[in-house]
Design a protein around this ligand. Structure first.
Ligand code: FE2
Length: 441
């Protein structure tokens, strides 16, 4: 009789506060793992409902750079006492000799679980392939497959000890790509000479071109102002046409470049379209170690890049490993540090930092076409205990609900504190964004 049947949806998130330009609260309808309707009031029923009650609902966080194979190995077999990147590499090479697939799988699964609890559903992990057995890679390929229904994991074949500087490095890199790694990695500043570094990048780009892979290189992760491999990456990205499929990670030496060189370089980078990933938690901890005072911060120029329209995203890099004995897998923790070290505290700058762990990350990972809360896209979202992105960074907001492909994969209950200062109990609700606290009468 012409009456349209209203389907029963799988999940409706009601009263969601979406990012501007949306001003009124929205209902978000989900069916068969995809967003099917976004409207101030959805009339349909659903098998499951979340009342967001005006809380901020965002696309999931994107972890642009982590090492899942090294996670949770801090202190094994010994602690990195100097706190330097290079002692970290030494500690890791000792631990690497003890790897088994099961060992990697268990630690990496735990790290991914922590990240999901914090609202991360897209992860790019580097995996050390300077191991004739490719043990870590095999374990992480298995993890990628197991997690695929819920968490999207990209793997970068990362030659930790060098492509030319490690025996058989180039062959192992190619084997890793053939085995299924999504991106080709490199470490030019750790090759034996400047020339070897340039040569190693040519190998990286040639493999990416041949096998149709992305590129993500640990580039200039050093304080040395003479380390200038970003310019080589930028030129190769232009010449090969790989352009925005290319990412330069760390680039901490850029913090030490003179103004004239940096200004020229960033113009070239904008032209080539490459992405940058900064790892502020680890960069502020590892860089400047050979300085007395004044000490350099060692974070790449994320503020200036943002101003020039260059895509920047952020990574946790290390979680409890030889390079970083802290971390919980929270991208809001990373963003908090980025805002401080990058001196990005203006309101629009704080918004830009939030973009680095959401849309900026999606651009780096090349998943923009399936990312974001809009009809037809995969139903991935996070209900944050916050009013907006700035508020989420400031208070390290709890991810109340994490939804992947329409299924609730994580729920958190915010902490609750009662303070007694002799004048009756005071309820300190850190989860309230504006009111701050309320006193019991
Ligand atoms: Fe890294």
């Amino acid at each position: 009789c012409g009456r349209k049947e209203i389907p029963v949806l799988d999940l409706i998130v009601r009263n969601a506060r979406l990012a501007p330009p949306q001003t009124e609260l929205s209902d978000i309808g989900i069916l068969d793992g995809a967003f099917v309707e976004i409207h101030p009031r959805i009339g349909a029923e659903a098998r499951q409902t979340i009342d967001a009650a005006g809380l901020f609902v965002t696309p999931p966080f994107v972890e642009s750079h982590v090492h899942l194979d090294t996670a949770m190995t801090a202190g094994q077999p010994r602690w990195n006492k100097s706190g330097t990147l290079f002692e970290g590499i030494e500690c890791w090479s000792e631990r690497k000799a003890l790897l088994s697939e099961q060992d990697v799988l268990e630690r990496a699964t735990a790290a991914v679980t922590w990240e999901v609890a914090h609202g991360v559903l897209h992860i790019r992990s580097h995996v050390d392939i300077c191991d004739p057995g490719l043990t870590a890679l095999r374990a992480l390929l298995q993890l990628k497959k197991t997690m695929a229904p819920w968490v999207d994991i990209q793997l970068v074949a990362f030659p930790q000890d060098g492509i030319l500087g490690y025996p058989g490095g180039a062959r192992l890199l190619e084997d890793a790509i053939k085995a299924g790694a999504d991106a080709v990695g490199g470490i030019p500043h750790y090759e034996l000479t400047r020339e070897d570094g340039v040569e190693s990048l040519k190998t990286v780009f040639s493999l990416a071109d041949t096998y149709g892979r992305l590129v993500d290189v640990h580039c200039d992760e050093i304080d040395d102002e003479q380390s200038r491999f970003v310019e080589v990456m930028s030129a190769l990205a232009l010449r090969t046409g790989l352009r925005d499929m290319v990412t330069a990670s760390h680039t901490t030496a850029m913090h030490s470049y003179g103004g004239a060189y940096a200004a020229k370089l960033l113009r070239f980078c904008a032209r080539s379209g490459i992405n940058f990933v900064a790892n502020p938690l680890v960069n502020i901890h590892l860089q400047g170690r050979f300085d007395t005072f004044p000490k350099r911060r060692g974070l790449t120029r994320i503020k200036e890049m943002t101003q020039m329209g260059i895509n920047v995203s952020l990574g946790h890099d290390d979680i409890l490993d030889p390079w970083y004995p802290m971390g919980t897998g929270s991208m809001l923790d990373v963003a908090h540090m980025a805002a401080h070290v990058g001196q990005m505290m203006g309101t629009e700058e704080q918004d830009a930092v939030f973009r680095m762990i959401t849309y900026g990350g999606a651009r780096t990972l090349h998943i923009e076409d399936s990312y974001g809360i809009s009809v037809g896209r995969p139903a991935d979202l996070v209900v944050l205990d916050a009013s907006d992105g700035r508020d989420a960074i400031r208070r390290q907001a709890v991810a109340r609900f994490v939804v992947s492909h329409g299924r609730i994969v994580s729920q958190s209950v915010p902490a609750h504190t009662t303070v007694n200062l002799g004048d009756g109990d005071c309820e300190v609700d850190f989860q309230m964004s504006q009111a701050g606290n309320s006193r019991e009468e």
